[in-house]
Design a binder for this molecule. Structure first.
Ligand code: ADP
Length: 520
């Protein structure tokens, strides 16, 4: 590895490798297909750049977003490394010129989008190129269980096996569940031995969950205290982006926006202004950010809850790439769940895939209701053995803002008995209405006012009851079926609570007051 350390110093000016880099590099240069799973900002690029520089031949880097290829190529060229990109943003004539250059061995690195492999012309060109390495950046896109599946990624594999000289393959990702890791390993023939997993934890990030507050007021007061810091605000829709953008502009902030409704050129300009610190705030949909290397983002605020934990962690993870302390704030309201359900319902996904999405959405919703460490919750979601299983972060809002601990065993028993009396045939909304003793027509229609649990929690508001039900779900003391109309089901933990062998405590937390709750 002596030579690789020298390359690190010569080209990048760094003295030593970061955790995982050395293992990933040494496996790759031994011509073993290698998977590197490292958190955002962990230094994945160097994992393929150093082997690329060490080996004879050209390295192809497959990346799903063409918007960042130019930056990556510029950065390499600035270090004196020959690199180019071939994608639809350049003319066919220029593409052909670069392809000829590639065949003659002119470049050490060629960046392409996965769709390139669907072109016969490109396949012919790489057959004539001496390739050392093919790296799959954002490799989770290869798996249909990943949150951003790109079918074109899969079509690459048969093409690689037909090459006259098979290059070593490398896959890199920051967000992969166990299932996705297995999928990548199988598709690219990577063994456990050549899988480098440094864990996902980002110790400089503090996760905060804000509920029951007016979102715009929250943003205004947060920004007042973080005036000159660079940050991203993610909104769920273009309309939301436009209105937050206007709000901030009127308040005198220097702000950019980004969504699919803007022209390619506008998006480029907005992105560049933000990346080069001409503006301090970026308001965007999730169309913004994949692969964006802006190191000084001090906060990422989600104006609405994303569809799953993978997307949340990836988007929130754009904060603090420089290792400095940064905030990841999610502003939750129950309507966010409705919106995401609607999006899943409207999608043209097959039934099975839709069920999976509902399941992931439930995990995301549980994140917004758990009273445990938020950081821990995310790491547990990825079931990563590399991240110390027991420890809590002492940074997130649940760890730091713990208030009074309340014994809610009795309330939990009332809720669980009600689920039982309802024969597990209803969801959160009806159950809380029954417990409240609501005269809603649905309740009367089903004659649920006859139940013995009707009105037994009348002293609470319906919102408080709903909050407690969601807390029980998040803590796995009650189950919820996944689907469009999720039904509440008792599980073995519920039975323990009902029998009185398990105590339930919850930290008193602000109860939502400003939004209506309707889950079903
Ligand atoms: P990732 O793709 O994993 O999110 P990058 O490859 O963009 O991360 O690297 C993040 C930052 O860390 C970059 O600025 C990079 O130059 C820096 N970096 C990478 N490796 C090292 C290292 N060994 N020592 C110091 N800084 C490093």
């Amino acid at each position: 590895m002596q030579e690789q350390v020298q390359l690190l110093e010569k080209y990048f000016g760094y003295q030593q490798f970061r955790p995982g880099q050395e293992a990933a590099i040494s496996s790759t240069i031994k011509h073993q297909n290698t998977l590197a799973i490292m958190p955002t900002g962990g230094g994945k690029s160097i994992c393929y750049q150093i082997p690329g520089l060490s080996m004879n031949g050209t390295s192809i880097i497959i990346s799903p977003l063409i918007s960042l290829m130019k930056d990556q190529v510029d950065a390499l060229e600035a270090l004196g490394i020959s690199a180019t990109y071939i994608n639809s943003s350049i003319t066919t004539q220029e593409q052909n010129k670069r392809l000829y250059g590639m065949q003659s061995g002119k470049y050490d690195f060629v960046y392409v989008a996965p769709e390139r492999f669907e072109s016969d012309f490109f396949i012919q060109a790489i057959k004539r190129t001496y390739l050392s390495l093919i790296a799959f950046d954002e490799a989770h896109c290869i798996s249909q269980w990943g949150h951003d599946f790109r079918p074109s990624y899969r079509s690459i594999i048969p093409n690689i096996t037909r090459l006259p000289h098979i290059p070593v393959l490398m896959a890199l990702t920051a967000t992969a569940t166990k299932e996705v890791i297995r999928d990548i390993q199988q598709l690219l023939h990577i063994s456990d031995e050549h899988t480098v997993h440094t864990g996902f934890e980002r110790k400089n990030l503090s996760f905060h969950l804000i509920k029951g507050k007016n979102k715009q007021d929250y943003i205004r007061s947060y920004l007042k205290e973080h005036q000159d810091e660079s940050g991203i605000i993610y909104a769920a829709t273009r309309k939301q982006v436009d209105s937050i953008y206007e709000l901030l502009q009127k308040a005198g902030y220097s702000v950019s926006k980004y969504h699919a409704g803007l022209s390619e050129q506008e998006r480029q300009e907005e992105q560049m202004s933000f990346i080069h610190d001409k503006t301090t705030i970026m308001v965007a949909t999730n169309a913004f950010g994949m692969g964006i290397d802006k190191s000084n983002v001090r906060y990422v605020i989600h104006y609405a809850m994303p569809m799953n934990i993978e997307s949340y962690y990836q988007e929130a993870g754009r904060a603090g790439r420089d290792g400095e302390s940064s905030d990841c704030i999610l502003l939750y309201s129950p309507q966010d769940v409705q919106l995401q359900k609607f999006l899943i319902e409207q999608s043209d996904m097959e039934e099975e895939a839709q069920q999976k999405e509902y399941k992931k959405l439930q995990s995301m919703t549980n994140y917004c209701h758990t009273h445990s460490c938020l950081n821990r919750y995310i790491l547990d979601y990825f079931q990563s053995e590399q991240d110390n299983a027991s420890h809590t972060c002492d940074r997130c809002s649940n760890c730091t803002e713990r208030k009074e601990k309340l014994n809610i065993t009795e309330e939990a028993q009332m809720i669980l008995s009600c689920v039982k009396r309802l024969e597990e045939r209803f969801g959160v909304s009806i159950t809380s209405k029954v417990l409240k003793g609501s005269k809603d027509k649905k309740i009367m229609g089903f004659r649920l006012q006859k139940l013995s649990t009707y009105g037994i929690m009348a002293k609470y508001t319906e919102k408080q009851i709903t909050e407690q039900i969601h807390f029980l779900i998040a803590e796995n003391l009650l189950s919820i079926e996944e689907g469009k109309f999720p039904l509440l089901k008792l599980n073995k933990n519920s039975v323990e609570v009902l029998k009185g062998t398990r105590k339930v405590t919850m930290f008193s937390s602000p109860i939502p007051t400003s939004e209506t709750v309707d889950y079903n």
